[in-house]
Design a protein around this ligand. Structure first.
Ligand code: ADP
Ligand code: MG
Length: 400
């Protein structure tokens, strides 16, 4: 679901010049200008804020018909999505940029296409992200959660139980996902697991990119895939040599075909753990939807249980948690139905399921047990650190 927090852009199109001027209301982000058709997105190390914006610009430029008249824009950026906190401020910025630039060129692009385009163009920053965040940025609707499916991208409304309240709590650990190789390492492990499973099952493994691809091609259920993973992969990590040997390729070929620039040095791939997490998490997502759709008795208890199982799996199988996130989840376990880290992990926020009458108790507990010492020197306002939320609508253009 989309949060209430957002990125807001004030956009003034320039009809004669191909210049792009970017200003950020937050003084910590420097202004930037460039030729709108001529810029580079640098993927080495920590990206600057406007490079996320340029990802969205690049995505739109790639769709422009030839013979497009020159355009430019002056844009002021403001935003209150907590940053580097697993709430996808990066995708909010990329998506807002693409929507704005599409409007500058008078392009009418369907929201599904915009979401796919933004998912692809955010990868110019160097992270091999999926498409959920961009999908919800464009396709969210107020009052209901969305079940998101890909290829083709489509969403289905999921009515959450009426009494459900989600509270987000920030661990105050921030991680820019493009600044380390952790995020891409998990993507690569899933890709290698998919390719190895494909090879073992006699598929054309080079065409396999995701664990979902393998399941689709084998026409098996998710629980069949869990069994297959358990029967196919050993517990200890795989080395590049072992994977290359099984696939029947050289290590150079493996690096070119399956790894990314910032993961080419990695030599420990926990294929069994990562693949198990992915298929079991997908089963949990389906169960979550079924419980909501069937309006099950005790649905909050069941949904909370799924969220807690999800966190355990993210911690132990996917290994993308952080001691502070685990601490938060442990602290709140008796005052909510369940909690898990949100977004990519390695820091950022947890999301907990509760009812409105417990919100105050939940917040007081964390203020006393978690934030008291941490926030003494932290200038963040409370409503950026811990807040209740419900499903809000997706990206919109307001015209004067
Ligand atoms: P997440 O998507 O979890 O918030 P990322 O590490 O993917 O974290 O992206 C965070 C980066 O997005 C920030 O470091 C900053 O460069 C950019 N960003 C997000 N929101 C804004 C904003 N309002 N203004 C400028 N840059 C922003
Ligand atoms: Mg992000």
């Amino acid at each position: 679901m989309a949060l209430k927090q957002d990125i807001v852009l004030a956009v003034s199109a320039i009809q004669t010049e191909k210049k792009l001027f970017l200003f950020n209301v937050d003084a910590k982000y420097p202004s930037f200008e460039c030729d709108i058709e001529n810029f580079e997105i640098n993927v080495n190390g920590s990206p600057t804020w406007y490079q996320y914006f340029l990802c969205g610009v690049k995505g739109i430029l790639e769709t422009l018909p030839t013979e497009t008249p020159p355009r430019g824009a002056q844009i002021v950026v403001d935003g209150n999505v907590p940053q580097s906190a697993g709430l996808s401020s990066s995708s909010a910025l990329v998506s807002a940029a693409a929507l704005a630039i599409a409007a500058v060129y008078d392009l009418k692009i369907p929201k599904e296409k915009l979401a796919n385009l933004c998912a692809a163009s955010e990868r110019y920053i160097g992270t091999q992200g999926g498409g959920m965040d961009q999908a919800i940025a464009f396709l969210a609707s107020e009052g209901c959660a969305k079940y998101i499916e890909f290829c083709p991208l489509r969403t289905t409304d999921i009515m959450l139980p009426r009494e459900a309240v989600f509270v987000i709590a920030h661990s105050l650990v921030e991680l820019n996902k493009a600044a380390t190789s952790d995020f891409n390492c998990r993507v690569v492990e899933c890709r290698l697991a998919a390719q190895l499973l494909g090879k073992i099952q006699g598929l054309t493994w080079r065409e396999v990119r995701t664990l979902g691809d393998v399941q689709k091609q084998l026409e098996l259920t998710l629980s069949d895939m869990v069994t297959l993973v358990k029967n196919s992969f050993h517990e200890h990590p795989y080395s590049k040599e072992e994977i290359a040997q099984t696939l029947g390729v050289t290590i150079d070929d493996l690096v070119d075909n399956s790894l990314t620039l910032n993961t080419s040095h990695v030599n420990d791939f926990k294929l069994r753990h990562r693949a198990l997490h992915v298929y079991e998490e997908a089963i949990r997502v389906q169960k979550f939807c079924d419980i909501c759709n069937n309006k099950d008795k005790d649905s909050l208890v069941k949904l909370g249980q799924l969220m807690s199982e999800s966190h355990e799996s993210l911690k132990n199988l996917y290994e993308c948690s952080h001691p502070k996130l685990n601490k938060l989840v442990n602290l709140v376990k008796d005052v909510c139905f369940g909690a898990r880290l949100t977004g990519a992990g390695w820091g950022g926020c947890v999301v907990a399921l509760l009812t409105s009458e417990n919100v105050q108790k939940f917040m007081d507990l964390l203020k006393n047990e978690y934030y008291k010492d941490l926030l003494r020197n932290n200038a963040k306002p409370w409503d950026e650190v811990i807040f209740a939320t419900s499903p809000h609508s997706g990206a919109t253009i307001y015209k004067d």
